[in-house]
Design a protein around this ligand. Structure first.
Ligand code: NAD
Length: 254
């Protein structure tokens, strides 16, 4: 049921191992469209375009992908917003076990959250990898080679196809991040899901695991989610407004 920030804060007041589970909606106020919101990417783009199989088989598609990555995408130059900074504040005040994100934009880290407190289940658009030898070249090197005239740069070690570490359809989730998220879900004493329809699996099992152990489950979202019926309290509205209010209410009493 919809509630107030004060009600959510009261539920979480004595909790120190809160798990944050974030989705694309936490970054819309940074100018990055979500997938299923009113101006979401799936309104204009076919999900079938984002498969590993297509990426590996189609050099033109790879060239387009690199061009988008290194030029005019909304991810380029996006800045963290007050919701990302509120998550970092909750961590700095010692109230969080970690943040599991479905986002690929890297804004939790630039918003001040240490990498060891973050599990990026769907990878990161700024990370680079070779699909053959799994090496992780520096983004700046690949970007420089692209600017120097290599439209589809290959791995310098083995000649394999390079991609960002963003997880495409048909690709495994990164093992280290999934293990971390699973451990945190088993030990968290509350969960806040923010800016997510809670409809993408296996990611959505993470908040579900915490809630199924009877821990408080707070949803902060603009619009309905798939798990509204299981929330202890639901806050309807903008993450950039509600998250700072909630975190301030929780930490100002410390
Ligand atoms: P989603 O698009 O399914 O849901 C986003 C939800 O957030 C919607 O309900 C939307 O109404 C809500 N929302 C939008 N702006 C909001 C705001 N300012 N405050 C609060 N709520 C807001 O996204 P999802 O659940 O994360 O799942 C879809 C997939 O989207 C994930 O796999 C993720 O990898 C990918 N994705 C990531 C980014 C990113 O990295 N920023 C962007 C687009 C998609």
């Amino acid at each position: 049921m919809d509630g107030t920030v004060a009600e959510a804060a009261a539920l979480l007041r004595d909790r120190s191992e809160i798990l944050i589970f974030s989705g694309a909606g936490i970054s819309t106020e940074s100018g990055i469209p979500d997938f299923r919101g009113p101006s979401g990417v799936w309104k204009t783009t076919d999900p079938a375009d984002f498969t590993l199989q297509r990426y590996l088989a189609d050099p033109d598609f790879r060239r387009d992908s690199w061009e988008k990555r290194f030029t005019a995408t909304t991810l380029h130059g996006a800045e963290p917003n007050p919701a990302h900074r509120a998550v970092a504040k909750l961590w700095n005040r010692g109230r969080m076990i970690g943040c599991v994100t479905q986002n690929i934009d890297g804004l939790h880290a630039t918003g001040g959250l240490p990498l060891f407190a973050l599990a990026e289940l769907h990878g990161n658009v700024h990370g680079m990898m070779c699909v053959r030898c799994n090496s992780r070249p520096e983004r700046t090197d690949i970007e420089q080679r692209w600017h120097d005239g290599e439209p589809d740069p290959k791995c310098e070690g083995c000649g394999g196809i390079l991609k960002t570490t963003t997880v495409l359809f048909g690709e495994q989730l990164p093992e280290r991040d999934m293990n971390r998220a699973t451990l945190w879900a088993a030990a968290a004493d509350a969960v806040i899901a923010v800016g997510t329809t809670l409809s993408v699996y296996p990611a959505a099992f993470i908040p579900m695991d915490v809630a199924s152990r009877g821990m408080p489950f707070v949803i902060v979202n603009e619009g309905p989610t798939e798990m509204d019926h299981t929330a202890t309290v639901r806050l309807e509205g903008k993450a950039g407004t509600l998250m700072p209010q909630l975190v301030d209410a929780l930490t100002d009493a410390d």
